[in-house]
Design a protein around this ligand. Structure first.
Ligand SMILES: Nc1ncnc2c1ncn2[C@@H]1O[C@H](COP(=O)(O)OP(=O)(O)O)[C@@H](O)[C@H]1O
Ligand SMILES: [Mg+2]
Length: 271
């Protein structure tokens, strides 16, 4: 593996019907780094992740994974999509669902080898899912399902794990558990984690890097470098304030502006 970035998004633009959703977006992600892709609904987070996966055609720019263009490297990517509905009636146990992650890159069905079975058990342990390994995936809670989806994506040992809003719809305790699990995945396994979210506060304790997306453009760096009034005002194209209260960060603009980001569950009132 090269010593360069695991992911290099290099001047990427994507337009839908002539409207640029991503406009000259550039950032890099390094091994072992936890990166938050942060932006309100509709700013292009899913479009960007799908572009990295090669599922979305890009109009300009280049995306390199471990130094090479995408197509030949699907194997090094793990992906947890935004909306996964696991039907309670599907008779697939959590353990089997994790094992299915081994099959993404091979054709047909084959019996598990002993090594593969051991790998599945190790994965279940890594995501702290042994307790519900024999439960049907559709019967699990949101947080338990996320852990199984993460194990499913990680079992092929990708160098880059992409997760699209995995924290949406989770209760605060599950959010904390999934965030700390992903932090461990980055630090202990050297995986580069790129996670999209419309709310950054739950990620502040673990985020090495933030990619803040708005108006099709991105600012990236550490949170201290990016989540500042001057940087975000330039990105938004109008003045925004960054308020830090009790270890939480709020990005606020004048109430008349259309893209004010008012965090969920916030007790802050903006007059
Ligand atoms: N396949 C598509 N065709 C046309 N417009 C699309 C398509 N995919 C996404 N969009 C539009 O691009 C914008 C960004 O969408 P998306 O990437 O899903 O944002 P996010 O994930 O940040 O909520 C939205 O306005 C959405 O309607
Ligand atoms: Mg999305």
């Amino acid at each position: 593996m090269s010593n360069g970035p695991v992911l290099d998004v290099d001047h990427v633009s994507v337009a839908f019907a002539g409207r640029e959703v991503l406009d000259d977006v550039s950032f890099q992600v390094q091994a072992s780094e936890f990166t938050g892709l942060i932006g309100s609904n509709g700013v292009g987070k899913t479009t960007l992740l799908r572009s990295v996966l090669g599922l979305q055609r890009i109009d300009r720019g280049e995306i390199r994974v471990n130094g090479a263009p995408l197509s030949r490297h699907a194997r090094v990517l793990g992906y947890v999509p935004q909306k996964v509905s696991l039907d309670p009636d599907v008779p697939v146990r959590a353990r089997d669902f994790v094992a299915l992650g081994l099959d993404a890159h091979r054709f047909g069905f084959s019996r598990r080898t002993k090594d593969e079975r051991q790998l599945v058990e190790q994965m279940l342990m890594d995501v702290d899912a042994e307790r519900f390994a024999d439960t049907r995936v559709g019967s699990l809670s949101g947080g338990e399902q996320q852990r199984i989806l993460i194990a499913h994506a990680l079992i092929s040992q990708p160098s880059l794990l992409l997760l699209d809003e995995p924290l949406a719809n989770l209760d605060p305790k599950s959010v904390e558990e999934v965030v700390s699990l992903l932090h461990r995945v980055a630090k202990d396994h050297g995986v580069a984690v790129l996670l999209s979210a419309h709310e950054m506060n739950s990620l502040l304790p673990v985020m090495d890097r933030i990619v803040y997306l708005t108006n099709g453009r991105a600012a990236s760096g550490t949170t201290d470098e990016v989540v500042r009034s001057d940087v975000l005002s330039t990105l938004y194209g109008h003045h925004v304030d960054v308020l830090k209260l009790h270890g939480r960060v709020f990005v606020v603009a004048q109430p008349s502006e259309s893209d004010v980001e008012i965090p969920e569950h916030s007790t802050l009132t903006i007059e």
